[in-house]
Design a binder for this molecule. Sequence first.
Ligand code: ZN
Length: 224
Amino acid sequence: MSKKAVIVLSGGLDSTTCMGMAKEKGYELYPITFHYGQKHNREVEQAKKVAEYYDAPDHRIVNISFLNQIGGSALTDQSIDVPTDIDEDEIPATYVPARNMIFLSLASAYAEVIGAEAIYIGVSAVDYSGYPDCRPEFIESMNETVNLATKAGATGSRMVIETPLIGLTKAETVEEGLRLEVPYELTTSCYNGEEEACGECDSCRLRLKGFEEAGSKDPIPYKV
Ligand code: ZN
């Protein structure tokens, strides 16, 4: 029986690269995508296409859109705009309160149900927006927690949270993805979620810089 990995798949560049990396490691891929009350549905639509591309047998799309009842983020709260001016010293308004903790909790539940030994999440502590739930300390602590919280962990089937991008720059991630023939044309990164990416939000800027430094051209369309 082949080994299984749950992939936290947002339809973005990083999580899609994780699909390619987990596949290369010989895992059967079980992507899980969260509708967490984003203002737009684009991530979920692109994630479906990525899951199809990889022939993932069971793509779960979990609706936790009630997170917008908590709000507190430019991505989920209609009253907060997505910023284009980024102050490097501050955690930007696009931070979603405790998002990765919530995602990893649910991903670990899914991993337990299907007997997966790994959970992939595409966080990076290098080229990122300063989100606290992308730090290695958090991932380590969460890895301990999911094993303490689950029957799988308690009965000796420990699961591992894999973060293969944690030490990579965006350019290194793109290089790795290109080597693995990751379908970047199916991914979306723009916070605004339109047909053409804005090219100006923090996420677009990081992505464009990554492709540029990797000496490659981003295959998705941009407004500017
Ligand atoms: Zn954008």
